[in-house]
Design a protein around this ligand. Structure first.
Ligand code: HEM
Length: 727
């Protein structure tokens, strides 16, 4: 079974959640198998035939064609004679309701074969994922009922099928449905049948081998065997092409089922050579869903909620006494146990599930990195599910803050306002430092790549399919704008317009890059968002970018937040000051603090002089050897529109960009600078890009944990002064 999360997750849900709680309903159209959209039009038959006609033009030797959804572009013009009738468009239209960036039409075509065959009582056809949808029509090449024998055989060889496989695949396909008078009046005369269709066998809505046994015992009414036009008897020509040797082997029902499972899988696994299919989609024994973190008001806590789907085939619900989550904090240390309660049951063709829900509060400081699911049985025995040894990961570095995100109600204009708030874990910067002596003077600089960059909201919308055209997805990227800081998280937000007719399929991701990696919270639905959301709460922020500072030049204000005690003055910068590389800001605010605290949410290393310090887990760093001055550029500005709704701060207050911390003393007196010294105070060029959320780094006292042995080193680092450049 796959390790969660994986690229199969969406398809796995669609495949297995047929009925009940959280059901996806994909099998609805073939449940029961007799379901028809119009009299005589087998939906299940349409699913299976669509897959064959999509695959049939494949040229396996050339690596082209196969199940790629190109059938969606092959309903007109030169393709119309091969792909006539309503079944193809109806099938793809049905699949398009399940289509999204993680469920391509071509993968749904493959899944449709499993669903139709199993839904009609046939064997399980393994399905894999990873198919890529075509963007236009492919080659011609579907076999025709009037193809001469060698032509027919040539086509199957091109598809990569041996003679026995070609015979089997037709016998396995023609168990369902039949031939329609409207499309084939020459072999099924109009009004010659009750529903306008000549069924292939006497059980056209049951997936069984009657197609074979009736052929062999001479009772068949299959018009492709005994129809009025001898030149249009393709089933007969194929079946007896090896003197009925292969078809006779399929008279045994078990042999029929196992052969069909194999050959139908071969059909749907025929894909263009550039496609890499996943392993077979199998039901997870335990699968998380709807995991959600939210920073709560005071900033100290995160709400952590979600659902755990337990497959109850081997673990009947009645034998389960409790399902618990044992989670680890951001450093991977065991942090606590969360209880769940049963929410509801779901089922697939062969599988049963129960969903267990949880909603808890955890520390925002130490957060969560992964969990295992512990199931206690009524017998007292305990089973732990650890996701193939990896634990179920939870990304706490960035997540959609859904309690503050919104999608305005549909207003009839066709457009709804979307506001997404993302919470980004404050990242302890890694920095280099240079010691001068007499006085000791640190130059601290954010190391490139260590601070979050490329913060963005990615909206994936679905462009609806039309006749002879597949649906597609469009991705739209919107920068996330920095809002305020909570204690351990910085809020960002972005606004977008969502078209009402696209709301259902629209998914969004929030992401950032840092240190060469990308962190994201993906594939969230917008249609579950509140129409009006609560404002974000920035209580508990430790002195971040939107700290409100008095704006009167020269005024002195005592505030809290930066340190235990502070005075703030606002001055106009001198010419040649550190704003040289930017046009803004026009003023500086200097705050004197008696201590400075920052939080490192995860492991990092930094060098101080010749010493390297290693932070191994979430740690609060505090500079105690102050007074220290923190200088921040400031400019009056409006809060980002997306959070101005009373959320972050009033529009008229001051937004303070990232701070510069420096020693109140003038430039270092000492000599002996080393070559790799960080830039002096007059330059801001070698700093992290605007929009960085990295908080000021400080060399300080650990109040959390560091590598044993290193901690002592760190404790003796007295911070007399420092310069940090942060934009
Ligand atoms: C020599 C190859 C084949 C030929 C010439 C052929 C021909 C046909 C024809 C003429 C129909 C009637 C379509 C209609 O009237 O709507 C039909 C139906 C069907 N075919 Fe084939 N077929 C071939 C192979 C296959 C294969 C390999 C499969 C699947 C594995 C398949 C699955 C079906 C199904 C399920 C139907 C019923 C569709 C319905 O009831 O709407 N066929 N086929």
């Amino acid at each position: 079974v796959a390790t969660w999360p994986s690229s199969i997750d969406e398809l796995e849900d669609i495949k297995y959640l047929n009925d009940g709680y959280n059901s996806r309903g994909f099998a609805f159209a073939v449940t029961p198998c007799t379901f028809t959209r119009a009299p005589g039009r087998s939906i299940a038959g349409g699913f299976v035939r669509t897959a064959f006609h999509d695959m049939a033009p494949a040229d396996v030797a050339a690596g082209t064609g196969g199940v790629d959804g190109s059938i969606g572009f092959e309903l007109q013009g030169e393709y119309a004679s091969s792909n006539g009738g309503p079944a193809f468009n109806n099938t793809i239209t049905y699949y398009s309701r399940f289509f999204n960036a993680q469920a391509t039409i071509s993968d749904l075509i493959a899944l449709g074969v499993y669903t139709a065959v199993r839904g009609c009582g046939g064997p399980i056809v393994n399905t894999r994922a990873g198919r890529i949808d075509a963007t236009g029509p492919g080659a011609l090449g579907v076999p025709d009922i009037r193809d001469p024998g060698p032509t027919l055989q040539g086509r199957f060889i091109r598809m990569g099928l041996t003679q026995p496989e070609s015979i089997s695949i037709v016998a396995c396909g023609h168990s369902l449905g039949g031939v329609h008078a409207t499309e084939f009046p020459a072999i099924v005369p109009l009004n010659s049948t009750r529903l306008g269709v000549a069924d292939f066998d006497s059980t056209n809505s049951t997936y069984d081998n009657k197609i074979v046994t009736e052929y062999l015992d001479g009772t068949t009414k299959n018009v492709l065997v005994v129809g009025p036009d001898p030149s249009a008897r393709s089933d007969l020509h194929l079946f007896n092409s090896d003197q009925n040797a292969t078809i006779k082997t399929l008279a045994d029902p078990a042999a029929y089922r196992s052969t069909c499972a194999k050959v139908l899988q071969k059909m749907i696994d025929t894909v263009p050579s550039q496609v890499k299919l996943t392993d077979a989609i199998e039901a997870y024994p335990v699968k998380p869903s709807a995991l959600q973190l939210n920073v709560l008001a005071a900033g100290d806590k995160l709400s952590f909620s979600g659902q755990i789907r337990v497959r109850t085939n081997d673990l009947p619900k009645s034998t389960i006494s409790k399902v618990e989550i044992e989670y680890k904090d951001r450093d991977g240390s065991k942090a606590g146990t969360i209880s769940t309660k049963a929410l509801g049951d779901a089922s697939g063709f062969d599988d049963t599930f129960t969903f267990y829900g949880f909603d808890s509060e955890i520390s925002a400081k130490t957060a969560v990195s992964s969990f295992t699911v512990v199931i206690t049985l009524t017998s007292g025995s305990v089973k732990t599910f650890d996701n193939n040894g990896k634990g179920f990961p939870v990304s706490d570095k960035i997540f959609s803050q859904t309690i503050n995100s919104s999608l305005s109600a549909s207003s009839g204009t066709g457009v709804q306002k979307l506001n997404i708030v993302a919470a980004v874990s404050i990242i302890c910067m890694s920095f280099t430092s240079k010691i001068y002596t007499d006085p000791i003077f640190f130059v601290i600089q954010v190391r490139n790549g260590q601070s979050p960059s490329d913060l963005k909201l990615t909206l994936t919308t679905i462009n609806a399919m039309s006749y002879n055209k597949l649906p597609t997805v469009s991705k739209n990227t919107i920068p996330l704008v920095k809002g305020c800081e909570s204690k351990y998280y910085t809020f960002y937000s972005a606004n977008a317009d969502a078209f009402t007719n696209q709301v259902n399929g629209t998914k969004y991701d929030v992401s950032f890059s840092s240190g060469g990696s990308t962190f994201s919270d993906d594939f969230n639905s917008i249609n579950f968002l509140l129409s009006t959301a609560k404002a974000v709460s920035c209580d508990g922020g430790s002195g971040g970018s939107t700290t409100s500072i008095a704006t009167t030049s020269g005024s002195k204000t005592t505030t809290t937040g930066w340190g235990t005690q502070q005075t703030t003055t606002t001055t106009t910068p001198k010419a040649g000051s550190s704003t040289s590389s930017t046009t803004e800001p026009t003023k500086w605010t200097t705050t004197t603090v008696t201590s400075y605290t920052t939080f490192c949410p995860g492991p990092t290393t930094f060098t101080h002089g010749t010493k390297t310090f290693t932070v191994t887990e979430a740690t609060t760093l505090t500079i105690t050897d102050c007074p220290c001055e923190i200088t921040v550029p400031w400019k009056p500005t409006t809060a980002p529109a997306s959070v101005s709704n009373g959320a972050v701060k009033p529009a008229t207050t001051t937004t303070v960009d990232s701070p510069v911390i420096h020693n109140p003393a003038p430039a270092p007196v000492s000599s002996s600078p080393v070559a790799a010294v960080a830039p002096p105070a007059s330059s801001t060029t070698a700093v992290s890009p605007a929009g960085s959320t990295t908080k000021p780094a400080v060399v300080a006292t650990f109040t959390g944990a560091a590598t044993p042995g290193k901690r002592a080193d760190l404790l003796v680092v007295g911070v007399v002064g420092m310069v940090a450049y942060l934009l």
